[in-house]
Design a protein around this ligand. Structure first.
Ligand SMILES: NC(=O)c1ccc[n+]([C@@H]2O[C@H](COP(=O)([O-])OP(=O)(O)OC[C@H]3O[C@@H](n4cnc5c(N)ncnc54)[C@H](OP(=O)(O)O)[C@@H]3O)[C@@H](O)[C@H]2O)c1
Length: 263
């Protein structure tokens, strides 16, 4: 996709979960639009590969291994970003996990704690650190990766609870930080073909069921999410805050009505 018509020239974007999937695609989109990009997730080697892609686009890419749930790591991430670039204009809070897939009836405390810490607690404290900087700068854009699971119940119980809470956190941060010129928005992807969701799409018959439940009758690609993330990060969305955008190929509206297309 050609994102070059949206300009993020002179801006610095910090992306978590940047090593693959939605974060990777969005980091490349930010670089295409002219931003320098700080890349975070747990594995340095994976991030180094993405940083090389950013550099090949003529932008700076800084790869920093950091665990989202460790507040000390978030502090280090922000300190290193400030030491290198001296500002943060965009925070894409995108890392996430779903370590337990099973009935709520059987879920154990470790699953609750891990999912809450990686999908919600870490994002809150990183946002707080970055918002203090954005307040000094006079503004910025924070984008949070929630999910359609934050809007609609499914079998991903604890995960969905974290994503629903992330939407409310988005609204509360937007309400408090708008006065500082900080916009806070969320995205709610449906099934996007990444490693996180591969159980849902790698087996063709399972993927077909998921696709047939969407109005567009197909699953999404990470680049199709990146376009919306880029919009929210950019000045095109300068009057948008406290909102969420669903990117699900019509999963929320459901399977096509009056289907005439051959299977
Ligand atoms: N794919 C979907 O269908 C879908 C739908 C709705 C929402 N989402 C959300 O989209 C976001 C991105 O997921 P994705 O689909 O792009 O999956 P992915 O390709 O598996 O990417 C997940 C990213 O998060 C990082 N990560 C995982 N645990 C981490 C931790 N504890 N600390 C720091 N980084 C961590 C991973 O890197 P390391 O493992 O190296 O740390 C990786 O960069 C997640 O928040 C997910 O919940 C995905």
């Amino acid at each position: 996709m050609d994102f070059s018509k949206i300009s993020l020239k002179g801006k610095v974007a910090l992306v978590t979960g940047a090593s693959r999937g939605i974060g990777h695609a969005s980091a490349l989109a930010f670089a295409d639009a002219g931003a320098d990009v700080v890349l975070a997730s747990r594995k340095q080697a994976d991030l180094d590969a993405v940083a090389a892609e950013i550099k090949a686009k003529g932008r700076k890419g800084l790869a920093i291994a950091a665990h989202t749930a460790k507040i000390e790591d978030s502090k280090m991430l922000v300190e290193k970003t400030m030491a290198e670039f001296g500002r943060i204009d965009i925070l894409f809070n995108n890392s996430g996990t779903n370590p337990y897939f099973g009935p709520l009836m059987d879920a154990e405390e470790w699953a609750w704690d891990t999912t809450m810490n990686v999908n919600l607690k870490g994002q809150f404290f990183l946002s707080q650190l970055v918002a203090r900087i954005m307040k000094q700068q006079g503004g910025g854009s924070i984008i949070n990766t929630s999910s359609v699971g934050g809007l609609k119940a499914s079998e991903l119980g604890i995960y969905n609870v974290t994503k629903a809470a992330f939407l409310m956190l988005t609204e509360c941060m937007a309400k408090e930080w708008g006065q500082y010129g900080i916009r806070v928005n969320a995205i709610c992807p449906g099934v996007i073909k990444t490693r996180l969701s591969e159980q849902l799409w790698k087996q063709p018959e399972v993927g077909k069921i998921a696709a047939d439940n969407c109005a567009l009758m197909r699953l999404g690609e990470p680049e199709e999410v990146a376009g919306v993330v880029l919009f929210l990060a950019s000045d095109l969305a300068s009057y948008v805050t406290g909102e969420h955008i669903v990117i699900d190929g019509g999963q929320m509206v459901g399977a096509p009505s009056f289907l005439t297309k051959a299977a």
